[in-house]
Design a protein around this ligand. Structure first.
Ligand SMILES: Cc1ncc(COP(=O)(O)O)c(C=O)c1O
Length: 260
């Protein structure tokens, strides 16, 4: 069964079992409204958890709920550390900032990626990266020949240095779950040219369940990975960026800079 069909069926089943969903969906008839992840509403249990959460100051590291959530997410994603961000867009932007220590560096990403198509040019305007778009096939995979071709093979003053590759699964365009072997090939290429990798895994849970693998295996080929709580999990907001201790320490500085 195709992924969109499976997602449709899951959402339809969820809608049927969640009276709140039905009462708040404006167009609900005999189909599930999938225009946006946030059309779904948090259930009573989710609202209770939010209302009763133990709070503290996150900048001082004093919020037990955030601390536990970040360390649980790091473990689930198989990374050393994780930081909570308000949105997936901000998590991706911070990942781009981590990739490019020099102004004017380039990152390779799919021509139809969310970072390039939707995130309002933050990659250039704020992370000051020159994005290089790579053609994407129907199955959601970037053309690997074009990808390798876009990496300069020599280090000269008059070339834009490529510092990283951003991947996506499921893809924003058409919700394709890419094959783990494809991500392995990109990681190999990145290693060969000493590039960093990021996985925009806004809906990585869907990819992992479709592939029947652990979340950490789905995230394995990214030096950093972003996931969204607000997508299909009934949570109203929040994303995670996970990576090494060093990256996440720096990510906290960038988050502060961005107003997080
Ligand atoms: C693949 C992908 N990445 C990132 C995002 C951004 O997430 P947010 O809306 O939380 O900024 C989305 C949003 O739909 C997405 O589909």
């Amino acid at each position: 069964m195709s992924l969109p069909r499976r997602l449709y069926q899951t959402a339809a089943k969820q809608a049927k079992n969640t009276p709140q969903f039905i009462s708040t969906a404006t167009h609900f008839t005999d189909y599930a409204d999938l225009r946006s992840d946030t059309v779904t509403q948090p259930c009573a249990k989710m609202r209770d958890a939010a209302a009763n959460a133990v709070l503290g100051d996150d900048t001082f590291g004093d919020c037990p709920t955030t601390n536990k959530f970040e360390s649980d997410m790091a473990a689930l994603l198989g990374k050393e550390a994780a930081v909570l961000t308000p949105t997936g867009t901000q998590a991706n932007l911070i990942a781009m900032m981590l990739m490019a220590p020099f102004l004017g560096s380039s990152v390779l990403l799919s021509e139809k990626s969310h970072i390039l198509d939707v995130e309002k040019g933050g990659i250039s305007a704020l992370a000051r990266i020159v994005p290089k778009s790579i053609p994407m096939a129907e199955n959601g995979e970037m053309d690997l020949v074009a990808l390798e071709g876009a990496i300069p093979k020599y280090d000269k003053l008059n070339v834009v240095p490529v510092v990283g590759i951003a991947m996506e699964t499921p893809t924003y365009e058409m919700g394709r779950v890419v094959k783990p072997e494809y991500l392995d090939k990109i990681a190999k290429l990145a290693k060969k040219y000493k590039l960093r990798t990021h996985i925009d895994g806004a809906r990585l849970w869907n990819a992992a369940s479709y592939l029947e693998i652990d979340l950490k295996d789905a995230a394995a080929q990214g030096d950093t990975v972003s996931v969204c709580m607000s997508k299909g999990l009934g949570c109203p907001a929040g994303s995670i960026l996970a990576g090494s201790e060093k990256d996440i320490r720096q990510a906290r500085e960038f988050r502060k800079m961005l107003g997080g």
